[in-house]
Design a protein around this ligand. Structure first.
Ligand SMILES: [Zn+2]
Length: 174
């Protein structure tokens, strides 16, 4: 599936979602413009890395003075359902960059079967508010699959969890 390329001057749809039951979730991006969409399936780690890369890029832009003030969170949501013929790809490498002229974030994805020297199967530009919304959505999607403490409901990370019920200081007791 390396023949057709999907390039979008402006992504009007850019969403992340998890499909399936906890522990068996699969992750994908829905991206495109109007009804011209692609599904980019990827590992959870890849999706997480994409979200972090966007957050870091936005922070760099802010530090460099290229972005002033707070970037609003403006999701690029899918309107209506997915067209049944939406092309699907399994993502290998991904990259992002900043398009200074348009002041937008460019997202590139290679199909897993593509060679290093081939053009990415997917390329699209997103507004900064849409990119920020995607990064926040990714964080929420990733966190939704993590185990939670049955007593206080907090997410239990790889480092474990210090439960407020164990030390007598419940968060709402101050
Ligand atoms: Zn707890």
């Amino acid at each position: 599936m390396t023949g057709q390329r999907h390039e979008f001057e402006q992504l009007t749809v850019l969403e992340a979602e998890a499909i399936g039951q906890p522990g068996q979730r699969r992750f994908r991006l829905i991206a495109g413009s109007g009804n011209d969409l692609v599904l980019l399936w990827m590992e959870k780690e890849q999706l997480q890395a994409l979200g972090l890369a966007i957050e870091q890029l936005l922070e760099q832009l802010r530090l460099a003075g290229l972005v002033r003030g707070r970037i609003p969170n403006q999701p690029a949501k899918l309107q209506g359902g997915l067209p049944p013929t939406t092309p699907e790809y399994l993502v290998g490498r991904m990259a992002i960059g900043y398009d200074e002229e348009r002041r937008q974030i460019a997202i590139f994805a290679h199909d897993i079967e593509q060679g290093e020297d081939e053009d990415p199967i997917f390329a699209g530009r997103a507004t900064l508010p849409a990119a920020k919304a995607l990064a926040e959505q990714i964080a929420a999607v990733i966190a939704a699959g993590r185990p939670r403490c049955p007593r206080c409901g907090a997410v239990i990370g790889p480092e474990g969890h210090v439960c407020p019920y164990d030390n007598g200081h419940l968060p709402w007791e101050g």
